[in-house]
Design a protein. Structure first.
Length: 224
């Protein structure tokens, strides 16, 4: 699955930018990734609930909201209520991640847990039993266009193993620095869903970029 991140899109034309990856066919994104930043959890500020509510009205591609915010226990359920398909919170920021996952699901969304590059997976394995997606950050959260950190693939391999052996039931997602040069190694490590910001919205044709990345990932997974 490919989830273009609108962090790299033109914010003045967000509706059109989403539409560019929403047409039926191979250029259609599986999810649209929406990076919410509060300038506290990360040193950057982006968008919040009103923008998600507006996107929800114009797009039928499932929204994947990645909340890089403090106190997600309080704010995240609102994104689920707005109709987001998957709402991801950070393990480093959540106070009661089990309760939070329950609240997200009760509000009708999938629950996602994200770990920064330096956060060990082992500390969160029990909690992950309550989640539908694991978002492994492959850059420090905060900005698009950074370089992929290959060390995090060890966490992807661990998660893949736990899913394949039935110890966890979740989708493994990766976010940061995914492009034509890095997606193969991530796919081989066992990623299910690839977030790509600059690789999609920095391309001349975002839809074509989605199709090309998906082809490359599928080739790597089947060769493995
Ligand atoms: C970074 C965001 C990412 C970002 C990825 O904090 O979570 O979703 O948009 O951008 P690229 O693909 O350019 O690294
Ligand atoms: Zn993100």
């Amino acid at each position: 699955m490919i989830a273009p991140s609108i962090l790299s899109a033109d914010f003045a034309r967000l509706g059109e930018e989403v539409a560019a990856v929403a047409r039926d066919g191979e250029t259609r994104a599986d999810w649209v990734h929406v990076d919410v930043m509060d300038n506290h959890f990360v040193p950057n500020l982006t968008l919040g609930l009103p923008v998600v509510e507006s996107l929800q009205k114009v797009s039928d591609v499932p929204l994947d909201c990645h909340l890089m915010i403090d106190n997600p226990d309080k704010w995240a359920p609102g994104y689920a209520e707005a109709g987001a398909y998957n709402v991801t919170v950070h393990a480093e920021a959540a106070h009661d991640p089990v309760m939070l996952a329950k609240n997200l699901r009760a509000a009708g969304a999938k629950a996602g847990l994200s770990v920064k590059p330096g956060t060990p997976l082992e500390d969160h394995l029990e909690v992950l039993k309550h989640y539908d997606t694991l978002l492994v950050m492959s850059v420090e959260p905060g900005f698009g266009g950074q370089s992929f950190i290959p060390d995090v693939l060890e966490k992807v391999r661990t998660a893949r193993r736990l899913v394949d052996t039935g110890h966890l039931t979740l989708l493994v997602e990766i976010d940061g620095g995914i492009n034509a040069s890095t997606i193969t190694q991530a796919a081989e490590a066992g990623v299910d869903c690839f977030v790509a910001g600059s690789a999609v919205y920095g391309a001349d044709d975002p839809g074509r970029a989605v199709a090309a990345l998906r082809d490359q990932a599928a080739g790597a997974r089947s060769a493995h």
